[in-house]
Write a protein that binds this ligand. Structure first.
Ligand SMILES: NC(=O)C1=CN([C@@H]2O[C@H](COP(=O)(O)OP(=O)(O)OC[C@H]3O[C@@H](n4cnc5c(N)ncnc54)[C@H](OP(=O)(O)O)[C@@H]3O)[C@@H](O)[C@H]2O)C=CC1
Ligand SMILES: O=C([O-])CC(=O)C(=O)O
Length: 425
């Protein structure tokens, strides 16, 4: 057994925003205290490997150094470090997302972050590989990387939990089996969050079926605010904006107020009724109701599957981008007349939807990390019918996971093959 500690002087190659060109920050490392060195586990005497402390802190982040005091000019405006837990951290989506989180482009260039990464026995080595790449990226705002396979440790004091890890649906696996297997993962993780996360921890569920996984999570974390649970539908919103822009011959930034309602599945409802292109109603720019109803909607809902056919794997980079967009939407005030889509708890919703679902709705934020549901989206007969279809699908999914929801009435699982994820067509 060798015990390693760092005593090095490392210069940051990546200038911070606002830093003058050429004034590279130097990060002075001092030797870690002896007690800390004893904490370090080294795995092999043959190879010199980075240390991992007993609490999971990895490699260069086990070193104690005084960056803040040595560079008050850079760090004066920095906020308190935000602790971001990520599951499925060695998976495809995380491989893009973690670097965006560490760079400051998501939470802001004044927001230091600690990344607390959950893996499993399967991914132990891969997770260390991820941590090595994070080390080598020299992000000044990345204050800490912790690795672990125990949610009770990894979620400790988390301000955000990005719940990405989930078992993919395999050949011959019934949809209800997927709901059950992944539901169990989310039940366990929610219980851990309930015990150890920050009392205002916010959760974003990405692992599919994300709406129902989030519902299971919400009911298994009774001490965390229900409104803090989100499931990702921002990828669907981004896909919808792209298709409207393409049809209208406009740049996609001209598409605003684009909500995708309901489930992250093929029953999702990309809302062209309220969407705007260049400030005008989408239906007044694209005067083709047949295309909007019969082509646009399935195209967006099946985009994930179309991509899998080309790539041979599901969307990872664009999903990571949409997670970044989702998070940023909560920390940057929403422009007047615009919205963002997020699947949230329906309790008290203004649209008459079943009050115990995680359902994507149009929201806005004043930039403080919270959101409100926009009350006055126009709902015509077509939209009402589509909302009812996706609502019924979510009710059926809920019926299949009653055994994972404390106090829920057991119902018959009536999920059929027609319930599809965007990637399953
Ligand atoms: N909501 C949305 O818009 C989208 C959602 N998704 C969903 O995001 C999830 C992650 O996608 P992606 O990163 O591409 O997937 P990967 O297969 O690359 O990674 C998934 C991770 O899930 C973890 N996992 C947890 N439990 C299991 C299990 N029982 N069996 C196998 N793996 C498990 C694995 O990590 P470990 O071994 O460390 O536990 C694995 O690294 C999927 O559920 C996918 O369907 C994808 C695109 C869009
Ligand atoms: O089905 C999947 O895993 C992929 C998915 O959610 C999507 O592309 O929207």
């Amino acid at each position: 057994m060798v015990q390693l500690t760092f005593s090095a002087s490392v210069s940051s190659a990546r200038p911070l925003l606002g830093e003058r060109k050429g004034s590279r920050a130097r990060r002075a490392f001092v030797a870690a205290p002896v007690a800390q060195a004893r904490d370090v586990q080294a795995k092999s005497a043959a190879t010199v490997e980075a240390p991992i402390k007993a609490d999971g802190t990895y490699g260069v982040f086990t070193s104690s150094y005084d960056f803040e005091n040595e560079h008050p000019d850079l760090t004066r405006s920095w906020k308190k470090t935000m602790k971001v837990a990520v599951t499925g951290a060695a998976g495809q989506i995380s491989n893009h997302l973690l670097f965006m989180l560490a760079s400051g482009e998501v939470f802001g260039r004044d927001q230091p972050v600690s990344l607390q990464l959950l893996g499993s026995e399967r991914s132990r080595e891969a997770l260390e590989g991820v941590a090595m790449e994070l080390e080598d990226s020299l992000y000044p705002l990345l204050r800490e990387v912790k690795l672990g396979i125990d949610p009770l440790k990894v979620f400790e004091d988390a301000d955000w939990a990005l719940l990405i890890g989930a078992k993919p649906r395999g050949p011959g696996m019934e949809r209800k089996d997927l709901l059950d297997i992944n539901g169990q993962i989310f039940q366990e993780q929610a219980r851990a969050l309930n015990e150890v996360a920050s009392r205002d921890c916010k959760m974003l569920v990405v692992g599919n079926p994300c709406n129902t996984n989030a519902l299971i999570g919400l009911h298994n974390a009774p001490d965390l605010p229900r409104r803090n649970w989100h499931a990702l539908t921002r990828l669907d919103e981004n896909r919808a904006k792209c298709q409207l822009a393409l049809k209208a011959g406009k740049f996609y930034t001209s598409v605003t107020n684009m909500c995708v309602w309901g489930n992250h599945s093929t029953t999702q409802v990309p809302d062209f009724i309220n969407a705007k292109i260049g400030g005008k109603r989408a239906g007044n720019v694209i005067r083709d109701s047949k295309w909007l109803k019969e082509e646009f909607t399935p195209k967006v809902a099946n985009r994930g599957g179309a991509l899998i056919k080309k790539w041979g794997r599901s969307s990872a980079a664009s999903t990571a981008v949409s997670i970044a967009d989702h998070l940023r939407s909560l920390y940057v005030p929403t422009a007047p007349g615009d919205c963002f889509s997020t699947a949230i708890y329906t309790e008290g919703n203004p649209y008459g939807l079943d009050e115990d679902l995680i359902f994507s709705m149009p929201c806005r934020s004043n930039g403080d990390g919270n959101y409100e549901v926009i009350q006055d989206f126009a709902i015509d007969d077509w939209l009402r019918e589509k909302l009812a279809e996706t609502e019924q699908e979510l009710q059926k999914e809920r019926d299949c996971v009653g055994h994972l929801i404390p106090g829920a009435q057991r119902a018959v699982c009536a999920i059929t093959e027609d319930t599809m994820l965007p990637g399953e067509n």
